[in-house]
Design a protein around this ligand. Structure first.
Ligand SMILES: *[C@@H]1O[C@H](CO)[C@@H](O)[C@H](O)[C@H]1NC(C)=O
Ligand SMILES: *[C@@H]1O[C@H](CO)[C@@H](O)[C@H](O)[C@H]1NC(C)=O
Ligand SMILES: *[C@@H]1O[C@H](CO)[C@@H](O)[C@H](O)[C@H]1NC(C)=O
Length: 421
């Protein structure tokens, strides 16, 4: 599968149109997946960069109007910014935002050729941030073919770019790509390096697809002259620190919800919760991208870097419990094994009411782990922080105050019952 895809990476094309003068002085970002949670935060962070003049969001949609609506809806859902519309965001950040209806599975990205958008991208894009990827742990590897097609098509945009140097390419990967790797024998940590063995990926299709994608990016960074490529290997994302919004479809929210359904939560004091606020993750990914920008490298140099976007500090389970209790939710703490049994045999088996049911085997796998989780090396991440010391302060455990905001947000949306006893 890897070979089949890697053959389709094009080499850099000397385009006759290369001499065309770009219309922009500032940077132009192409962003995929802005309709997802991380993508919405990425969009805000990119717009806030002073050097950015334009952001082109590629979305699955039937029309420009629908693409724009979906991105706007995505920002609203995450309670991002005070702006009511994309137009307001454009004004407040002085950035042009263009949302295009796109199909990444097609070599021309499904962009209508008559409208000239593909030309616009080839002419103007200085950075590509590829964040769109299905987060579905039931999908087998074959179901990710479309996503891998999309990756190749976006990498080839770099090969075909009309600009002097191709756009930088940032791929949002996951620590699932190397979930089973042994830590480095010297540092006893998992290094910010490419893995050469597919068995290092988690067993799910999701992790395997990210392993293949990382490898394809590495191959592209050898084949496409001047390509500067950054892989952001992202760890466990959590709520944002501002509004406390945390995607209710995920495993941790589902687990916490069982406090109200089973009256119990498991004792997870020995589990390191390296939760990274989603807004911090977006800041770090954008900052990492800027470190491979033109200014630091000669135009002919190829760059391939992996950066671990993880929180080195654990949020204590004690703090989670405390936030729940201070939010006046009553529950007991039981051993993990007991909680798993209660979940499996409890009377509430409707996954709409009790979404943790669907993740039973995932939680059960925690009972088999000896609790040993390898540490991630973060030297590259620290290099990024050296350039952006203002971000250093954001890499902290998630506070009780923020967790309480999250619980409030879950109450407001109806995900948590409004029981206060
Ligand atoms: C993706 O493109 C391939 C051809 O490149 C096609 O066979 C496949 O059906 C497409 N998948 C989707 C979901 O459109
Ligand atoms: C996840 O993938 C499975 C298997 O392909 C599919 O049946 C299911 O509908 C998907 N779930 C979501 C939420 O898309
Ligand atoms: C990149 O360039 C900036 C300014 O020119 C400099 O301060 C910074 O140290 C450079 N970073 C790296 C990683 O070389």
């Amino acid at each position: 599968m890897l070979n089949r895809f890697s053959q389709r990476i094009e080499s850099r094309r000397e385009s006759a149109r290369r001499s065309r003068i770009a219309n922009l002085e500032g940077n132009c970002f192409v962003l995929t997946g802005a309709t997802g949670a991380l993508g919405a935060h990425l969009l805000i962070q990119i717009c806030n960069l002073p050097s950015v003049e334009k952001v082109i969001c590629l979305c699955r949609a039937k029309s420009l109007e629908e693409a724009e609506q979906r991105v706007e809806e995505s920002l609203r859902k995450r309670k991002l910014g005070t702006e009511k519309s994309l137009a307001d965001l454009e004004v407040s950040t002085n950035t042009k935002i263009l949302c295009l209806a796109s199909d990444l599975n097609k070599t021309d990205l499904g962009l209508n050729p008559k409208q000239g958008f593909l030309d616009e991208i080839l002419n103007e894009a200085t950075h590509i941030v590829h964040n769109a990827w299905p987060v579905n742990f039931s999908m087998g590897i074959a179901a990710f073919e479309t996503s891998l097609n999309g990756l190749i098509n976006l990498l080839n945009l770099c090969a075909f770019s009309y600009r002097q140097s191709p756009p930088t390419f940032t791929f949002c990967s996951s620590i699932a790509s190397i979930a089973k790797i042994e830590p480095n024998s010297e540092t006893n940590k998992i290094m910010e390096r490419i893995s050469n063995d597919p068995r290092h990926a988690s067993h799910m299709g999701y992790g395997r697809s990210k392993w293949i994608a990382e490898t394809l990016c590495e191959k592209a960074s050898k084949r496409i002259k001047g390509l500067r490529c950054m892989i952001a290997r992202i760890g466990q994302l959590a709520c944002d620190t501002n509004a406390g919004v945390w995607n209710e479809k995920e495993a941790w929210p589902a687990l916490l919800k069982t406090a109200q359904i089973l009256g119990c939560l498991p004792d997870l004091r020995s589990k390191p919760l390296r939760w990274l606020p989603i807004d911090t993750a977006a800041c770090l990914i954008v900052a990492a991208t800027m470190t491979i920008s033109d200014r630091n490298y000669s135009l002919k140099e190829n760059i391939f870097k992996i950066v671990h976007v993880v929180n080195p500090h654990s949020t204590g389970w004690i703090n989670v419990i405390e936030a729940m209790r201070q939010s006046r939710i009553t529950f007991r703490i039981v051993p993990l094994e007991t909680w798993v049994k209660m979940l499996a045999n409890g009377k509430e088996q409707d996954p709409f009411v009790n979404p943790a049911i669907k993740l039973l085997s995932f939680y059960n796998s925690w009972t088999e782990n000896t609790g040993k989780e390898s540490e991630m090396d973060i030297r590259r991440l620290q290099d990024v922080l050296k350039e952006r010391p203002d971000l250093m302060d954001r890499l902290r455990p998630i506070s009780i105050v923020v967790l309480m905001k999250t619980i409030e947000a879950w109450r407001a949306s109806g995900f948590f019952a409004d029981q206060r006893d």
